[in-house]
Design a protein. Structure first.
Length: 270
């Protein structure tokens, strides 16, 4: 991963909790670390194959000078959003906002905040339940995912009743898929999913056995991950009609899908 740094850019801004900060303004210092997966310009020596520094500077300047919010934390978030939107080649940005004139009693050089944000990717999860109130379990899992910081623009497929796979002597499942954009990393997302499953009393005594909730990462953008902890895309997604049927409501996957197990509409959404 290559890095471009725009360091200690100075702007006049009006971000602050106190009235005089919004009316009189004060100095803000912003530094950016821009992370790119191999800058093509390193090989071509062509200006169009690297980040337009002037454009990023102007985007940052506009955000800082026009902001009227209270917190520099929020200002840093707005800058990160603007920078990632300005150039699709930037995979991640670290934003540091310094406020040397912060109205705080004491001796200090500056008050500052640093945040790191990655480009949001479209993630698709499969959710299933065949114990207890199956629909309530699925809705609770969806609400918990939606509440995660960094999840936005969530999309829901219909809920289907499906014949169990693997261990067939168990109750029928309800299954669905959801999709959303997020900058939560894939391994962090996996950890958060495990927390949600544990909160809904998920147990793992029997492989492919009955469970109150089961949440799998099917796709994480276009990434291919093959580790002991996580495999993405999910290795069996295309073999499972309980995945492909609701998945088609969110993502184009072609007309074919397995029909080895019974899948019937339980509740239509959207």
């Amino acid at each position: 991963m290559d890095k471009i740094t725009l360091s200690k850019m100075e702007f006049e801004g009006h971000t602050g909790c106190l009235d005089f900060e919004k009316t009189d303004g004060q100095k803000f210092i912003v530094s950016l670390d821009l992370f790119i997966d191999r800058i093509r310009g390193c090989y071509t020596d062509d200006l169009s194959d690297t980040v337009d520094y002037a454009k990023i500077y102007e985007v940052t300047k506009t955000i800082v000078t026009e902001d009227k919010g209270d917190l520099i934390e929020c200002l840093a978030q707005k800058i990160s959003d603007g920078v990632l939107k300005a150039d699709g080649r930037i995979d991640k940005v670290a934003v540091t906002v310094s406020k040397p004139g912060a109205p705080v009693k004491g001796i200090f050089e500056t008050m500052e905040v640093t945040i790191e944000r990655s480009r949001k990717e479209f993630v698709i999860l499969s959710i299933g339940s065949n114990l207890g109130d199956r629909e309530a379990n699925i809705l609770a899992a969806e609400d918990a995912v939606k509440a995660l910081p960094g999840v936005e623009d969530i999309r829901y497929a219909s809920i289907y009743e499906t014949e169990p796979v693997g261990l067939e002597d168990q109750p029928y499942f309800l299954n669905t898929c959801i999709g959303f954009y997020t900058d939560i990393g894939p391994y962090d997302l996996l950890e958060k999913i495990h927390v949600i499953e544990n909160g809904l009393l998920r147990t793992r005594e029997v492989h492919w056995g009955p469970r109150t909730i089961d949440i799998d990462i099917i796709f994480y953008g276009n990434r291919v991950i093959m580790t002991p902890e996580l495999t993405v895309p999910h290795p069996r997604w295309h073999l499972r009609s309980f995945v492909t049927v609701p998945l088609r409501e969110i993502k184009e996957i072609g007309p074919e899908h397995p029909d080895d197990k019974e899948v019937s509409l339980y509740r239509k959404r959207g």
